[in-house]
Design a binder for this molecule. Structure first.
Ligand SMILES: Cc1cc2nc3c(=O)[nH]c(=O)nc-3n(C[C@H](O)[C@H](O)[C@H](O)COP(=O)(O)OP(=O)(O)OC[C@H]3O[C@@H](n4cnc5c(N)ncnc54)[C@H](O)[C@@H]3O)c2cc1C
Length: 473
């Protein structure tokens, strides 16, 4: 059987069940299509990462005597041409879960039916298929802890390998594109020039990274994961987003190599990723709609100036600014920092979570529709199992707790390097002498705070009072 394997968010060779099955059946045409009309196509920083992931995938396939065929254009038209011209008998791909991915797969299924070829979709992007998990009432889960307990009762499939021998690659009649033709990398200005210091996708580097996680990160994860300056988390998010690694690979590696008590807090976070996918799968409207419908009446403000200052890391709150600059510089932000800056945008500035979600989709290398949108809804208070709205992060006490030495702020906000804790966390309250010793004049070297914390907090609580009575769905 001649199979076309369409790569989607599964840009890997190891533990790729669809690719393994295709190779077991006969010759394969490995294909990636950059569809510029697709709503879920990566852009901004994620497009930069996609370039690296495709490059690594091409190398990995080449080492296995396979060639990645690259095309740009409408997915269905490209598939039709390749299927007909190359006498393809079957099309295989991984399952997709967001609304665009699902309608794309339905259209591909219809095309395959029309052309009389087989179509198979494979699990691989998630640990648990969203339609295989339901609560006791037969509905989807809306609260994380019962979801987690339910998932933990089910085993995770074992990772698979590619067959050692295969029937070779199908070389299409039409020439493919070179990766650079996708134009995924920025130039003039090259805002991603520092990204290379942080990110990698090559098979060997990925395995070395996994190995060091088991040794250094997972055993200390519970203690370190919230510390902003520590390398206390795995940095796996872009690899999982683009399927450079599968969650099943990570799950089994951690379960096999780490003590159960060390592994548990880390595995729990992998299940948070599942929960977000589960919610979006069952509520496809959540990309734009509030999970809690009383938030439809929330009195969001429009304030382009404040939004810009937040985006640029110029709010005058050092921990918020450090996080926003980390994002711009490296394409990633610490989870605790994501919660702090998201809370600041939605509650201190009263700006709609969609503004924040859009900025993150553009600037994160791990930008992921489910995790991002629902992470924003969770922090804004409109999401499933969200933090209570009245719990408004205080950016000063958050910095005191999670960056006590001020290392994180000093790293990303260099103009404050001479200012020490505790004044570093709230420069507007620092004695004039401390500021002058640190060479800082507020308003000149570093901004005055964009809003006063106490007043902003009260404004947010008043706004919430307006909608509290309206019954959430
Ligand atoms: C406002 C907001 C936006 C977010 N946007 C994204 C996004 O676009 N893409 C993305 O992958 N994650 C997103 N997250 C979740 C989380 O911040 C990142 O997954 C995490 O910071 C990635 O770093 P890590 O790989 O070192 O995580 P680790 O702490 O090492 O966790 C391991 C893995 O578990 C998963 N995970 C961890 N925390 C969460 C979480 N809170 N929700 C869902 N999955 C989680 C991720 O896949 C992560 O790679 C967002 C969170 C918030 C609050």
């Amino acid at each position: 059987m001649r199979t076309l394997y369409l790569f989607l968010d599964d840009l890997r060779c190891d533990d790729n069940p669809g690719l393994a099955s295709a190779l077991a059946e006969g010759p394969v045409l490995p294909l990636y299509i950059r569809d510029l009309e697709a709503d879920d196509r990566p852009h901004g920083a994620a497009a930069w990462y996609l370039h690296q992931a495709l490059q690594a995938l091409g190398d990995n396939l080449r080492r296995r005597d396979l060639t990645l065929h690259l095309r740009q254009g409408d997915t269905l038209a490209t598939l039709r041409e390749l299927i007909v011209d190359n006498h393809i008998d079957a099309l295989f791909c991984a399952r997709g879960y967001n609304p665009t991915a699902r309608s794309r797969q339905q259209a591909i299924a219809a095309l395959c039916k029309e052309l009389g070829i087989a179509f198979r979709r494979f699990a691989g992007t998630l640990l648990y298929e969203p339609d295989s998990i339901e609560n006791k009432s037969g509905e989807y889960f809306k609260v994380f802890t019962p979801f987690y307990k339910h998932c933990r009762q089910h085993s995770v499939r074992n990772p698979c390998t590619l067959p050692k021998e295969h029937a070779g690659v199908i070389r299409p009649k039409t020439a493919g594109l070179k990766l650079r033709d996708f134009n995924l990398l920025p130039h003039q200005p090259n805002w991603a020039k520092a990204f290379r210091d942080y990110w990698f996708t090559g098979e060997r580097a990925v395995h070395t990274h996994l190995h060091s996680l088991m040794r250094d990160v997972v055993p200390a994860y519970a203690q370190q994961r919230d510390q902003l300056a520590a390398s206390g988390t795995s940095f796996l998010s872009p690899l999982l987003r683009f399927g450079v690694l599968s969650p099943a690979q990570v799950w089994h590696e951690v379960s096999a190599q780490c003590a159960p008590d060390d592994a548990e807090p880390f595995l729990r976070q992998l299940v948070w990723r599942e929960f977000q996918y589960h919610l979006l799968y069952h509520r496809q409207d959540l990309l734009t709609a509030n999970f809690k419908s009383n938030f439809d009446a929330f009195p969001w403000r429009e304030d382009k100036h404040a939004l810009r200052r937040w985006q640029q890391g110029q709010t005058g709150y050092p921990v918020v600014d450090a996080a926003m600059r980390q994002l711009w510089h490296s394409g990633w932000m610490h989870n605790r920092a994501r919660m702090i800056v998201a809370s600041f945008l939605c509650k201190h500035l009263l700006l709609h979570w969609k503004h924040g979600a859009d900025w993150f989709m553009d600037t994160l290398v791990d930008a992921d529709l489910a995790n991002n949108t629902l992470g924003w809804q969770w922090t804004a208070g409109s999401g499933a199992d969200a933090a209570p709205y009245f719990r408004i992060f205080n950016p000063v006490t958050q910095a005191e707790r999670f960056d006590p030495q001020g290392e994180y702020i000093h790293r990303w906000v260099p103009e404050l390097r001479q200012l020490k804790p505790p004044h570093l966390f709230a420069p507007w309250d620092a004695p004039a002498e401390a500021l002058s010793n640190a060479g800082i004049q507020l308003g000149e070297h570093y901004p005055h705070p964009l809003v006063d914390h106490r007043a902003a907090r009260q404004r947010a609580l008043d706004a919430y009072d307006d909608i509290k009575g309206a019954s959430p769905q």
